[in-house]
Design a protein around this ligand. Structure first.
Ligand code: TXA
Ligand code: MG
Length: 344
């Protein structure tokens, strides 16, 4: 299959992408979080092509993308007031809600769950494509399963060239990590994945928010989890990622004592001078935590090389978007963390 490249701003892009989607094809589309691998979410044959292109296990459900909050009514039922409040405040934007699912949604999209994840992305061209296609689009992140998500069209092309019908190039993604997922089907709202909408922002609307264990710790492969995607190894380069916690000097001293040829360092821009000679890559500025979210996946992709053995990684502390950065880096590392201050 030849993969078409469609610039987001070009005449005819929306129509061409929508036509492919209506025919049951797969198109990678830009969103403010990461690129998505989109197909008609109500067409089981089209949805199957997403799983095949990604190499994704079929027990991992997909998010349905809508152009307007009102479109949720067609795919969900018993929508709680909290969901309407969240949509009014954060949509279009990097928030996904898990809600009770209507029967029009194929079991393949939801991986047999009786709930479905829905989100209204912010990207104007992608919303125009959803409207023109006339159906909600199922779209996981547009990476090969297990690899870091894609935040630029070039990353999508690298992973998906020849495997999908088209890629809409909308430039680099603004947020850089996937949407926040909140489950609204239980007794209490539950955070399944931190993202661009922060836990603090959610609590302003919801009052309370339970943070699922899978956000901060490794989940066993056979565990029963709320977000099935949480149990899989994710975002992982070929080398072994190890998070080094502690102050900048202590962490650098720890790494320098162990650094061997074939190792690499993933750090903050401010720390680059501390790692001279240790093959450092900066993914953003510690003082600008949004830049860390924006740069993380591209940096993990750069470091995804057979000749890199151990990647010593620095991880931000605090609230806001750092929840999402810690979660993704934690997953890339299998939540392996060493405390530089305590280690010999
Ligand atoms: O920002 C995003 O959310 C991106 C863009 C493309 O919108 N999409 C994305 O999709 O990250 P994906 O498939 O890579 O991650 C979706 C996560 C998976 O961990 C999946 O298990 C979980 O959402 N999920 C989907 N449906 C669910 C449901 N009904 N209940 C719980 N978790 C669900
Ligand atoms: Mg993904």
């Amino acid at each position: 299959m030849r993969t078409l490249l469609l610039p987001a701003g070009a005449a005819g892009t929306v129509e061409t992408a929508a036509e492919i989607l209506k025919q049951g094809g797969v198109v990678a589309v830009p969103t403010e979080t990461v690129y998505g691998l989109a197909a008609d979410g109500l067409n089981p044959e089209a949805v199957l092509k997403i799983f095949e292109a990604k190499g994704r296990p079929q027990d991992n459900p997909l998010i349905l993308h809508v152009a307007e909050a009102e479109a949720v009514e067609a795919v969900c039922h018993d929508i709680p007031a909290a969901a309407r409040e969240l949509a009014a405040r954060f949509w279009p934007g990097p928030l996904t809600m898990v809600l009770p699912c209507r029967e029009v949604v194929p079991r393949r999209t939801t991986a047999n769950l009786d709930t479905v994840a829905v989100r209204c992305p912010r990207n104007a061209v992608t919303r125009a494509i959803i409207r023109a296609a006339g159906v909600p689009l199922a779209a996981p992140s547009a990476n090969r399963s297990g690899k870091p998500s894609t935040t630029a069209a070039a990353h999508v092309l690298h992973d998906m060239d020849g495997r999908i019908d088209a890629i809409v190039d909308g430039g680099p993604c603004q947020v850089g990590v996937e949407s926040t997922i909140v489950d609204l089907t239980g007794d209490r709202p539950r955070l399944l994945r931190p993202g661009g909408v922060t836990p603090e922002q959610l609590r302003e609307v919801l009052g309370e928010l339970v943070v699922d264990r899978a956000v901060t710790a490794q989940v066993a492969r056979d565990a029963v989890v709320r977000a099935p995607g949480m149990k899989y190894r994710h975002y992982a380069p070929q080398g072994q990622v190890l998070i080094v916690s502690g102050g900048p000097e202590a962490a650098a001293a720890y790494v320098r004592r162990r650094f061997a040829p074939g190792d690499a360092v993933l750090c903050f821009e401010e720390e680059l001078p501390l790692y001279a000679g240790c093959n450092p890559t900066a993914y953003g500025r510690e003082a600008d935590t949004e830049s860390l979210a924006r740069g993380l996946f591209a940096a993990l992709r750069d470091l995804d090389r057979a000749d890199i053995r151990t990647i010593y990684a620095r991880c931000p502390q605090g609230g806001g978007i750092t929840w999402a950065v810690r979660n993704r880096l934690g997953k890339a590392a299998g939540f392996r963390v060493v405390g530089a201050e305590e280690a010999p």
